[in-house]
Design a protein around this ligand. Sequence first.
Ligand SMILES: Cc1cc2nc3c(=O)[nH]c(=O)nc-3n(C[C@H](O)[C@H](O)[C@H](O)COP(=O)(O)OP(=O)(O)OC[C@H]3O[C@@H](n4cnc5c(N)ncnc54)[C@H](O)[C@@H]3O)c2cc1C
Ligand code: SF4
Length: 368
Amino acid sequence: MVSMARPFLADPEFVNKAAEGRVDEINTCIACNQACLDHTFSNQRASCLVNPRAAHETELQYLKKAAAKRVAVVGAGPAGLSAATVAASCGHDVSLFDSSDSVGGQFKIAMQIPGKEEFKETLRYFTKRLEVTGVKVHLGKRVTREELLAQGFDHIIVATGISPRTPRIEGIDHPKVMSYLDVLLHKKPVGKKVAIIGAGGIGFDVAEYLLHDPATPLPIPLSTWLGEWGIDLQAKQNGGLIKPEDAHPIRDIYLLQRKASKVGAGLGKTSGWVHRATLQRNKVHMLAGVDYQKIDDQGLHISVGGKTQVLDVDHIILCAGQESLTELMPTQANETGPRFHKIGGAALASELDAKRAIKEGAELAASL
Ligand SMILES: Cc1cc2nc3c(=O)[nH]c(=O)nc-3n(C[C@H](O)[C@H](O)[C@H](O)COP(=O)(O)OP(=O)(O)OC[C@H]3O[C@@H](n4cnc5c(N)ncnc54)[C@H](O)[C@@H]3O)c2cc1C
Ligand code: SF4
């Protein structure tokens, strides 16, 4: 017997697709817990990040529409991929545009974080879905509103995501300062002593990325993981637990937040403890209630509880929130011409995650 639970939330057609040899069409569970177990443990209806129809089958239906519309989707991140593939499966004529030369948006960055390697399966699934549903994909082109208007679309879905926010701190343009995109996307070299401004999900991810020794390929080998968590597979010890191996952090990291609440309090209900424990094990200094004063050659000047100190770090990495990219939206309501819609990060940057992005894309597309 083969037993699975979360994979059937991600794709109830799993077994049928496997039996028919359509394995590359299976929507894979990425083990995020975000819409299933996190919901269950906070008294919400369990669903699925990669399949927003899970447990909403009667409310969210992808039905063939009598009148096919011409639909443009700009942005091939999770929101745009979801909108484009659902709209096409409802019978619409869909064109998808992205300035990058591959689909995925920020998910391509997320999947480089240790433990998030499986996110690539979502992009494999959507890439296949684009092909199966016949979406016309235009990559490597940053489209303008004029170009879109010239093509006579009925609907234009703006799924252009976000740009990172730069906080106002004296010395913010100092050469020591980098954005998370400099680190994760542009692969700029990072020193041994680092301060991360912003302890949300991306701040935690950047810390874990910088703690990973590039000499160990990802995903980390099972034996390494068992040693890190002190798991005895032979179950010779009580509870199958042994003393975890000592960590040998390759960097000295400060993870800072303005809020006075516990660092990491906003992380996932069932997975946040894992991230906090990983950083604690690697002796990351997690500080809350931080007032940022200035950045100069000495480093980052902060005050915590009225006490000032200088963190003499090599680099300061900004993970201080995001702002919506909405340049394609009309500045005033248009009476004629295509209808514009915003989804995902383009609609709202705060508390953004792929769960909301994929759900909004699917719901809007199903309603066209
Ligand atoms: C390090 C990291 C880890 C993350 N981890 C998680 C996680 O564990 N769980 C989770 O749910 N979320 C996670 N996220 C967040 C998640 O990736 C985002 O919430 C999601 O990608 C937002 O989707 P989106 O489609 O709105 O925007 P984006 O993914 O930002 O996509 C927008 C796309 O629009 C394109 N674009 C913009 N303007 C134009 C234009 N004019 N013309 C053409 N193309 C354009 C861009 O190239 C981009 O591909 C993580 C993000 C990062 C950076
Ligand atoms: S929410 Fe995440 S972990 Fe849960 S079933 Fe969906 S993909 Fe899997």
